[in-house]
Design a protein around this ligand. Structure first.
Ligand SMILES: *Cc1c(COP(=O)(O)O)cnc(C)c1O
Length: 474
């Protein structure tokens, strides 16, 4: 399987090279040349444990890694999760890294049992193992530099800590990440982890990271690498749990197809669901859910993708206006016409807006659609699910569940699987506002962080200072 760019400017490359490249060299995003059709495999896959299913999915896209090596990479990637015993009404009997729980009218796919209690662990544990494998024994090195507003940084640190040949530099805005998120990062004391507390905002941190990457002699000289959600390996790792979540839900309900609702920021997670549907998973609807930062839900209503202003909400990991993975959908929507993608992206860079024509029936996509939930709806959903069903969910998950409830029976009776992207214990303030009791949200991994020794490096809001810091350690 080879990979091509959405901008059409690179010769096809194999999987390992695509993983190391991250962003395509022509500025586009990498995608496989085609999607394998797995419809004749579904029956055989339906009862597989998560690890075995992961191996079957990933091997189709990573055919330049020998099967035994790939099996080992996949196995290691989920060994860091806290497996959950299966529900009593379920035929599948093994411990689960991605359990599905029926809660009231929806099925919740819990993706927060990894080391940092958010779904990003699925991708970053896998990516850490891949990096280590590709770098090999030959003394090659990779220095990952990443800006974070919270979740990405901690998932990256836990995915990369202690890896041979890899260092990770994470810039967070000093004093502007939640206390739990900060502890999840700064309590990791491995020699290859550098937490930089930048005297600035998340945008400042992002700007400095972009500055380092656009200085090509610096980037090449210091072997800089990226772990943004545009890395194809991250999307691929997320495709697996759409299959798994659908299989568990179909097994429990007897349904022949399911719908998904996905809390969305950068369009990475929901795009993975789109890939699963393209491969032949029976997905009735894939509904993305945004908070007030609604560029994507406005797009799927109007066909116009136009920049708004970022507003802070209770679901900070979705407080995004430019959805970096959206270009992948544009490329597929345009029938893989890279010239069309370039024209759209040029228009967007120039005017902050682009427009996509609709199909004859007036729709933009047969599978994908969107909804939006504001802060009031999010809080009410957390409150009601806790009061009615004894189920506590985090605010990102609640945006998705709110959108699922508001769309009623639009999916023709297919069971609705809501992705739960974070554990509520990461967001005690929102839980407190919704239920009146912030202490409801606890988790042993969070409790264990309190009072742990920490390490961080305060730096001024200055590109030179960060560049010198990185250079001195690589
Ligand atoms: C990153 C994140 C999201 C958004 O995922 P995208 O892939 O950017 O759409 C949603 N919820 C949580 C908790 C996250 O950390």
């Amino acid at each position: 399987m080879n990979y091509v760019s959405t901008r059409g400017g690179i010769a096809p490359i194999p999987f390992q090279e695509a993983v190391m490249m991250g962003l395509a060299r022509d500025g586009g995003l990498l995608l496989p040349e085609s999607f394998p059709d797995v419809r004749d495999k579904l029956a055989g896959w339906a009862k597989l444990p998560y690890e075995d299913l992961a191996f079957e999915v990933v091997r189709l896209f990573a055919d330049d890694i020998p099967a035994d090596d790939l099996r080992a990479i996949v196995r290691k990637s989920y060994a860091t999760f806290s497996p959950v015993p299966p529900a009593p009404d379920q035929a599948w009997t093994g411990p689960e890294v991605a359990p599905v729980r029926p809660v009231g009218p929806v099925h919740v796919l819990e993706l927060f049992h990894g080391p940092t209690l958010a779904f990003k662990d699925f991708a970053l544990q896998f990516l850490g193992n891949l990096f280590e494998y590709v770098l090999g024994e030959g003394g090659r090195e990779l220095n990952v530099v990443v800006a974070t507003s919270g979740d990405t940084g901690s998932a990256a640190i836990h995915g990369l800590r202690g890896r041979r040949g890899v260092r990770v530099f994470v810039l967070h805005p000093a004093g502007r990440v939640s206390p739990v998120q900060e502890l999840q990062m700064t309590s990791v004391l491995d020699d290859n982890v550098f937490n930089i507390a930048l005297a600035g905002t998340f945008d400042d941190a992002q700007r400095i990271v972009k500055g380092l990457f656009s200085d090509l002699p610096f980037k090449d000289g210091h072997h800089l690498g990226a772990v943004n959600s545009i890395n194809w390996a991250r999307v691929l790792a997320q495709v697996i749990y759409y299959f798994y979540g659908a299989f568990r839900t179909m097994e429990r309900t007897g349904a022949k197809e399911v719908s998904f609702v996905v809390p969305t920021g950068n369009f990475g997670d929901v795009f993975a669901g789109y890939v699963a549907a393209r491969m032949g998973l029976p997905v009735r609807r894939l509904r993305l859910a945004t908070n007030e930062n609604d560029i994507l839900s406005r797009f799927f209503a109007s066909g116009v993708y136009s920049l708004g202003k970022v507003v802070p909400t209770l679901s900070p990991s979705m407080d995004i206006q430019i959805a970096s993975n959206f270009e992948r959908w544009l490329f597929l929507h345009a029938g893989r016409d890279a010239a069309q993608v370039r024209a759209w992206m040029d228009a967007f860079a120039k005017n902050g807006s682009l427009e996509v024509p609709r199909a004859a029936d007036g729709s933009l996509d047969a599978t994908l659609c969107a909804g939006r939930a504001d802060t009031a709806a999010t809080l009410e959903t957390i409150r009601r699910f806790h009061a009615d069903f004894g189920y506590l969910m985090d605010p990102h998950t609640a945006v998705g569940v709110s959108v699922a409830l508001a769309s009623g029976d639009a999916d023709g009776g297919a069971p609705v699987v809501c992705l739960s992207t974070a554990h509520p214990a990461k967001f005690p303030d929102a839980i407190g506002r919704a239920t009146g009791d912030a202490s409801l949200a606890t988790e042993p991994r969070v409790e264990a962080l309190k009072g742990a020794p920490t390490r961080k490096f305060p730096l001024p809001n200055d590109l030179r200072a960060v560049a010198d810091f990185v250079a001195a350690r690589t």
